[in-house]
Design a protein around this ligand. Sequence first.
Ligand code: COA
Length: 323
Amino acid sequence: MGLSTSSEILDLRHFSAAKLRPVLDAEGRIWKERLQWDYRASARLLMQYLDNHMLPGFAAVAAEQVIGYVFCVYEETKAVIGDVFALEHGHEHTDQAHMLEDTLLKHLLELLVNSPQVDRIESQLLLHATGTHSEIFRRAGFDIFSRLFMVQHLAGLWSAPQPNLPSDLELRSWRDEDLAPAARLICDSYRNHPDSLINDQYRSVHGSMRFLNNIVRYSGCGTFSAPVSHVVVHRTSREFMALVLGSRVSQESGHITQLCVHPAYRRHGLARMLLGVAGFHFMRQGATEISLTVTEANQQAISLYNAEGYACTHKFDAAVWER
Ligand SMILES: CC(C)(COP(=O)(O)OP(=O)(O)OC[C@H]1O[C@@H](n2cnc3c(N)ncnc32)[C@H](O)[C@@H]1OP(=O)(O)O)[C@@H](O)C(=O)NCCC(=O)NCCS
């Protein structure tokens, strides 16, 4: 009998970090192999939440061992499913493990869809290849959006790119006080954009501030790097017209967590220049590659990344449900 039928699904808040450790370690190995991503920082954060018995979700338990988990976090009336992962009896990650992950997801989706205070659910399961869990989401009424994980190998960026900016703009690296103007730029850049269907934080300045706080202050997506991150400022209004944000996700790899240009300054080469600047600083830090994620429907950005030498190495799904 498969583990997906012989395991019990229990409330995640009953389990300490130590109980989850073998699962998190196995998952970390796959993050490294598939995405060049060091999962240990995220695992440490999760373990703190687990030890505080604060993480909503479910654990799969067989023979008194935790063999899988799923969790979510709440942001006001939205729930974000952070991750799902299952072991196959201590071995590899195969179809049987995927079935158990489906079972875990099913429990969490049932809980969330039946929680009257939850009016939106978002999920981006970056580790899992597109299609792996889409059926479970579709059956629960979610829309699915395909996303690409793209990688550029860094080579030959030994001198800083010379920015050729319009005369009313200036370039500088990220400062602590940049959150508010950056949030205004994100909100302006993502109006009627496919990514604001996937992440509703992009639809307001308040939401964009939340997104930025998570990336910049709480290292929600790797370790934020201020020297890599740059903004393009309008000399008179001091408003931001473009920005790139970068984080380190492993010793080898940097990740672009945000790139956007104000609609008034598109097709002036700003995004290409910012990617070059970020690449140069990642390389100075010793990274050998850069990754980023992009929605398949965002063909303009994909054209840019292809032109800059990024290639798609992995596809995954974003899923969204609204009451
Ligand atoms: C995608 C985005 C960052 C591009 O910024 P930009 O400064 O206008 O891009 P650049 O001028 O540097 O363009 C560089 C190349 O990208 C491609 N490109 C950019 N915009 C394009 C468009 N609208 N249509 C087709 N190709 C486009 C072209 O290959 C272009 O080279 P070319 O102008 O020599 O033909 C900008 O449109 C944006 O902010 N969009 C909303 C936010 C977003 O999607 N961010 C990326 C999330 S992953």
